[in-house]
Design a binder for this molecule. Structure first.
Ligand SMILES: Nc1ncnc2c1ncn2[C@@H]1O[C@H](COP(=O)(O)OP(=O)(O)O)[C@@H](O)[C@H]1O
Ligand SMILES: O=P(O)(O)OC[C@H](O)CO
Length: 497
């Protein structure tokens, strides 16, 4: 009998969809399965997901991917998880059912709680930031957990008594797969309940956000065997979890200080590995945990987070109907030479880095009768590139070390026009690897290393080659005028509510 084929499965539980990708030992993609889930918008600024639906989708994706690869669970060496961060779910430990929809990272309803904390809590705005590396923003999970506890009758008492569990999506999936309540440090930190000093749940933060410790998972490294899957995936080791942006950093092979990548998905996230000590930003970036591989010390990163990039293209498709598919935005935008003076600021959830303006809302500025849907498509791509250029600049200012190139990945990097605009705006080469699913690959690699499928010394980027590069071609004048227009539009969008 032929030896069973050994593959590693990455589960990527993203904002809009879940997918499973199977990699072989050469990091080649053997099979992919993907399923979208409902975006639930109960009110403006509110965004929810049904965690039970997500679990079903994840399970289906794994089984479809296995079928496409022609293998059974016996052919799987390990499962690694990567996930949308900050989105959190509370469930009943006895029934395993969520007690409320998951509240998504983009949801802005905790803004008043964060504003009150900044004013009233003894820690104060600066101390929160110093302690956690994160600003007081609705983006992070802690206040979302408290909001559910206060909104569901009896939930707070049940949580104190240990009957309700809370977790980010990694934790929910590990629970569903293995029955164990764990999370990895990269995800745990994004709740804003972990201090950078101890890398553990922090009593002062738990108190400030009114989150009972009894409901929180045990914090583990990003790469170790957490447990073995049950039911139809019986026995497969679940051996890695990383927030999707951290997983992309790992997948791009940015395992040394000074290495950075930008992922273009629903939002954009630029992460720079800063090594074993946290670096605090003076330019609106956040300090985050990059990864902790088994017993190795944790690595930190500086992060620039943009809430809306790919989501803007989805909005053009789903809400305005000016394109049928996300990919069509490229040919539409290419049919014109510029945006015709239109500037889009997609501040749907306020503005994240480097501005942190919860009071901003989206605007389209510079409209005249000349502007067509093609100009809007181009303005949308320019908005993505301008926001990213701001992050590159902030990071260079924080570290005093300008990048020499920008490594990119994620769904939007299929858009060559966007990549060219990006290279022109940052005046640097933009480099795309052969596998743009780097979050999945990073999670697969971390799970593979934990189970001996890959050797720790086999660095992820040695398995991935470069697919394409874009070099800057436009003039300085063009770049300066683009950024000036952008700054002007950002100031108009800020303070809108
Ligand atoms: N060719 C394209 N041009 C522009 N945007 C695209 C293109 N293809 C996909 N996108 C956008 O990229 C996002 C999907 O990327 P992906 O990395 O799968 O995101 P996520 O992991 O956040 O769900 C969607 O928001 C979609 O609108
Ligand atoms: O689902 P994605 O890829 O848009 O990622 C979302 C981020 O993790 C939010 O912090």
């Amino acid at each position: 009998m032929a030896a069973a084929r050994r593959l590693v499965a990455a589960i990527d539980q993203g904002t809009t969809s879940s997918r499973c990708i199977l990699f072989d030992e050469k990091a080649a993609i053997v099979a992919v399965a993907q399923k979208e889930h409902r975006q639930i918008f109960p009110r403006p600024g509110w965004v929810e997901h049904d965690a039970a639906e997500i679990w079903e989708n994840v399970r289906d994706c794994v089984h479809v991917a296995l079928a496409r690869a022609g293998i059974s669970r016996h052919g799987l060496a390990a499962i690694g998880i990567t996930n949308q961060r900050e989105t959190c779910v509370l469930w009943d430990r006895a029934t395993g059912r969520p007690i409320h929809n998951a509240i998504v990272w983009q949801d802005t309803r905790t803004e008043p709680i964060m504003a009150a904390l900044a004013e009233e809590n003894a820690l104060g705005r600066d101390r929160f930031r110093q302690k956690t590396g994160l600003p007081l923003a609705s983006y992070f999970s802690a206040a979302k957990i408290a909001l559910i506890l206060d909104g569901v009758p009896g939930a707070r008492e049940a949580a104190r008594a240990g009957r309700i569990a809370a977790g980010t999506m990694d934790s929910w999936l590990i629970w569903k797969l293995t029955g164990r309540h764990l999370t990895d440090i990269t995800n745990a930190h994004r709740t804003q309940l972990v201090s950078l000093d101890t890398l553990d749940w922090d009593e002062e933060l738990l108190d400030a956000f009114h989150v009972p410790r009894a409901m929180l998972p045990e914090i583990r490294s990003s790469s170790e065997v957490y447990g073995h899957a049950q039911d139809t995936l019986w026995g497969v080791p679940v051996a890695a979890a990383l927030g999707d942006q951290q997983a992309a950093l790992v997948g791009q092979g940015c395992l040394s200080p000074g290495q950075a990548k930008c992922t273009y998905g629903t939002g954009n996230f630029l992460l720079l590995n800063t090594g074993e000590a946290p670096v605090h930003s003076r330019h609106g970036l956040v300090t985050t945990i990059a990864y902790r591989l088994g017993d190795e010390p944790a690595a930190f990163a500086l992060e620039g987070s943009i809430a809306v990039t790919g989501a803007l293209i989805q909005w053009l498709r789903d809400n305005l109907g000016i394109i049928d598919t996300a990919a069509e935005v490229e040919s539409l935008a290419e049919s014109v030479e510029d945006s015709g003076g239109a500037v889009v600021v997609p501040a749907f959830s306020g503005l994240f880095a480097p501005h942190w303006r919860p009071d901003a809302r989206g605007i389209i500025a510079g409209l005249t009768g000349y502007v067509t849907k093609a100009h809007l498509a181009r303005a949308a791509l320019e908005a993505v590139a301008c926001q990213t250029a701001e992050l590159v600049e902030a990071m260079a200012a924080d570290t005093g070390q300008p990048f020499t190139e920008l490594k990119v990945d994620g769904g939007m990097t299929a858009n060559a026009l966007l990549m060219q605009i990006q290279a022109d705006l940052i005046e640097l080469p933009v480099v795309r690897p052969s596998v743009i699913e780097t979050s999945c690959f990073g999670a697969a690699w971390a799970a593979g290393v934990a189970t001996g499928f890959w050797h720790r010394a086999t660095l992820p980027d040695s398995l991935l080659g470069v697919d394409r590069q874009w070099r800057p071609v436009r003039t300085d004048d063009w770049r300066v005028s683009m950024m000036q227009q952008w700054d002007k539009a950002v100031s108009r969008a800020s303070g809108w509510i």
